[in-house]
Design a protein around this ligand. Structure first.
Ligand SMILES: Cc1cc2nc3c(=O)[nH]c(=O)nc-3n(C[C@H](O)[C@H](O)[C@H](O)COP(=O)(O)OP(=O)(O)OC[C@H]3O[C@@H](n4cnc5c(N)ncnc54)[C@H](O)[C@@H]3O)c2cc1C
Length: 417
């Protein structure tokens, strides 16, 4: 087992985690012993969330050092993945065995346990979030019991997007499919009017579609990234043109940090994420926010944000609009409704970002916009409770699994969780 060390900071550098002890045990038995003896525990993954979710009054623990490999269960179309594995490595092992995931986030740097705990997603009308691919979980509870929860068990819908509040996840079983190839292309110059006249057609024009905008050009969307299964890239969208050279979602970001956009087919895991595992994703020193609105009200919601354009620009690197299929996970942004995510990559000025996020939250309130749990938002427990129909069930589950509140912390309490 590694010696206890400082709890460290998150990826963006806006949060220094507060925890008296950090440990990265190398065996499951050592993890069980540590958790059983701790007064308070939080688990951490690759630290890509933007809040103090990993603060702990006693122990902060990572499962990344517990060895393990991906095991495919071909007969049931699933794969067991060590919880601390990053998607880049999980995808590499899956593909080597001839299998694939249906969705990935914009970056493969994050851990499986950390991503599913916050409802992390990619884009695609028919693509569920990364959390929705979970068919079973092993969770180490505060009482030292390692509990397996499976699809079909009542608790699974509350145990996947759980923000670490039920225990330490040690293994995740994901739904997988036979490996496939994809193309990726970038179109520029799509008119906002055309896109909003038929948003469904644009978001449905490929297996995964992302609209990138800085809300500067009132007429046109900056970039449309499209990822399509198979060997052949789609023609440019009507009224748009194919980007001449490889780019980055941020106007002056390094293109080599991004996955291939030439339209050449390649493996699914080298096309689904925007960013390549061996490079810094996005900008680096930044904050992020994202709000989920029902797909059938997305045009109105996007118009509400467009109207804020000039206010957003001084703090904004870029926005991204994506699509997520409805799911049944109680704390998921896509719970019970096909969803559009409206995302913001901000300059790292937290007080100013929080003030602006309040303005966005007010503009999106009529659409029951749910915040991304891993990003910056200001909603209080009353507002949050109104956005999740199963909120009371979440509380009941937490009480039942962790009656002593070992896995709670101040950040969760601030959200009423
Ligand atoms: C550059 C960048 C790009 C991003 N792109 C996307 C995107 O495309 N789509 C999207 O939806 N989000 C995106 N995010 C947000 C990111 O995916 C989420 O914040 C995700 O939760 C990060 O995973 P992590 O492994 O870093 O988890 P951490 O930040 O380390 O932890 C997140 C949560 O998971 C819990 N947790 C971690 N490990 C365990 C465990 N073993 N057991 C129980 N709980 C655990 C923690 O307690 C915490 O509550 C992005 C973030 C960055 C910085």
């Amino acid at each position: 087992m590694s010696a206890p060390s400082a709890a460290g900071r998150n990826w963006a550098g806006n949060v220094i985690f507060r925890a008296p002890r950090f440990a990265a045990p190398t065996t499951l038995d050592a993890l069980i012993e540590l958790v059983g003896a701790a007064r308070a525990v939080r688990a951490v993954g690759s630290r890509h969330t933007f809040s103090a979710l990993a603060d702990s009054d006693d122990l902060l623990v990572s499962v990344e050092a517990i060895p393990g490999a991906v095991t495919v269960h071909a007969e049931r179309g699933t794969a067991s993945v060590p919880a601390g594995l990053r998607y880049a490595e999980a995808a590499r092992q899956l593909d080597a065995a001839g299998w694939a995931l249906g969705a990935m986030a914009s970056l493969p740097h994050i851990t499986v346990a950390g991503a599913i705990a916050t409802g992390t997603h990619g884009s695609g009308d028919a693509a569920g979030s990364l959390s929705d691919a979970v068919v079973a979980l092993d969770i180490l509870r505060a009482d030292g019991e390692l509990v397996a929860v499976h699809r079909g068990d009542d608790d699974l819908a509350g145990a996947v997007v759980a923000l670490g509040a039920l225990g330490v996840v040690t293994r995740v079983e994901l739904s997988v499919e036979p490996s496939y190839r994809m193309t990726q292309v970038v179109d520029r110059g799509l008119a906002w009017d055309a896109a909003l006249d038929d948003l469904e057609a644009v978001m449905g024009s490929a297996d995964s579609v992302s609209l990138f905008t800085r809300w500067v050009d009132p007429e046109r969307i900056d970039q449309v990234w499209r990822k399509t299964r198979g060997e052949t890239a789609p023609a440019p969208l009507s009224g748009a043109h194919r980007a001449g050279e490889a780019g980055h979602p941020l106007p002056d970001g390094p293109a080599e940090n991004c996955t291939d956009q030439t339209g050449a087919a390649g493996p699914w895991f080298e096309r689904l994420p925007h960013f390549r595992a061996e490079f810094t994703p996005s900008h680096g020193e930044e904050l992020q926010s994202e709000f989920f609105v029902p797909r059938d009200r997305a045009v109105e919601a996007i118009q509400a944000v467009r109207a804020l354009g000039p206010q957003l620009q001084p703090l904004l690197y870029v926005s991204e609009i994506r699509s997520i299929r409805a799911d049944e996970l109680w704390l998921s942004g896509a719970y019970g409704r096909d969803t559009i995510g409206i995302h913001f990559t901000w300059r790292r000025d937290e007080p100013a970002v929080r003030a602006l996020v309040r303005v966005i939250e007010a503009a999106l309130a009529p659409f029951d916009a749910r915040p991304h749990w891993g990003k910056v938002f200001t909603a209080d427990p009353v507002a949050l409770a109104g956005l999740y129909p199963r909120w009371a069930d979440v509380a009941e589950l937490r009480e039942r699994w962790d009656p002593r509140g070992v896995f709670r912390n101040a950040q969760l309490a601030a959200w009423g969780l």
